[in-house]
Design a protein around this ligand. Structure first.
Ligand SMILES: [Zn+2]
Length: 326
């Protein structure tokens, strides 16, 4: 049980209700997706109001397995012609006019290129490049860049529910020094002891703290998903916590963080999300996230049967269907 001096728990944790609400994401093991299942919505309505949970998208970020059958989007090899444009929502959309993230650049290394997910909107590529320049200048280290989007975005055959419009990128929570091999196909390493509810010793390096800071204070970044333990650690160590507002707690995200850019203002086809609530989010609800994660991994909370009601299949925007075949 984590207790935070500055975050007294003023409400009783309704672990059972919250757990029921969040279990599907735990079972799916985690990535960000727009969790629009009717079941989750119904559970949300019944459970304690939680600013984090009602506003966070469900996130499912498993990086394995990779041996899933291709889908119509994962086999594409060329960008859709036309001006760059995100179409639809982060978890149900596609993109026109993708740019390519180079395999390496100043201060960054693109990882796992065989997954073919190194495409994004030009402004996302710019963000990664600028984050790399920052990392090189301040720490002389390289960021390790995970998945962006497929060449035309769209649903992936494994690993993510979002990352569909070229506005999402995963950044590993570890960096490498110039003389250190990046091993671009290696596994990610968690920096969180979920049972204890703490970051492992030396896990959140100054370079990674600064990478999060750079991302959160980058104007075009709308939100960042991190494990609640990581956010709590930052709440405790930072003197000015205002920049933590954009950090949203979600399951997984203990070996990477997920950066999401806002929809470009001029693109009507891009579906925005609800804005993040005011405040730094260093509150009781965050502590509850940490405690609940601990309770689940230690078996204190028992799993219940998965919901039986099936989600209606998502219907991609018509513009995406057109883009898929042209
Ligand atoms: Zn992600």
């Amino acid at each position: 049980m984590i207790k935070h001096a500055a975050m007294k728990r003023t409400t009783k944790v309704t672990a059972k209700g919250k757990w029921r609400q969040l279990l599907p994401a735990m079972i799916l093991v985690v990535s960000i997706s727009a969790f629009d299942s009717a079941w989750v919505k119904a559970q949300s309505a019944q459970s304690v109001q939680s600013s984090n949970q009602t506003n966070a998208l469900a996130i499912s970020h498993t990086y394995q397995p990779e041996n899933k059958p291709d889908n119509a989007w994962s086999v594409l090899s060329s960008p859709a012609l036309g001006p760059s444009e995100p179409i639809g929502s982060y978890a149900n959309g596609c993109m026109q006019g993708a740019s390519v993230l180079p395999e390496t650049g100043t201060g960054y290394q693109s990882m796992r290129r065989h997954r073919n997910r190194y495409y994004g909107q030009p402004e996302l590529i710019r963000f990664v490049e600028q984050a790399g320049v920052f990392m090189d200048a301040k720490h002389e280290q390289r960021l390790l860049i995970g998945d962006l989007s497929q060449v035309r975005g769209g649903p992936m055959n494994y690993g993510h529910s979002s990352h569909q419009t070229g506005l999402d990128v995963d950044i590993w929570l570890q960096s490498v020094f110039p003389d250190e091999p990046a091993h671009p196909n290696r596994d990610m390493r968690s920096i969180v002891d979920k049972a204890a509810g703490t970051v492992i010793a030396g896990g959140l390096t100054p370079a990674m703290r600064d990478a999060l800071y750079f991302s959160a204070t980058y104007d075009r970044v709308e939100r960042i998903f991190v494990n609640p333990v990581i956010k709590l650690a930052l709440c405790q160590q930072e003197t000015d916590t205002r920049w933590l507002q954009k950090l949203r707690p979600w399951w997984g995200h203990d070996s990477h963080f997920h950066v999401r850019l806002a929809c470009p203002a001029h693109v009507a086809s891009c579906e925005s999300q609800a804005p993040i609530p005011a405040g730094d989010g260093c509150d009781d609800d965050l502590v509850n996230w940490v405690n609940e994660q601990s309770d689940i991994v230690t078996g204190k909370i028992k799993p219940s049967p998965k919901p039986t009601r099936k989600k209606a299949p998502k219907q991609l925007p018509t513009a995406c269907e057109t883009l898929l075949t042209n």
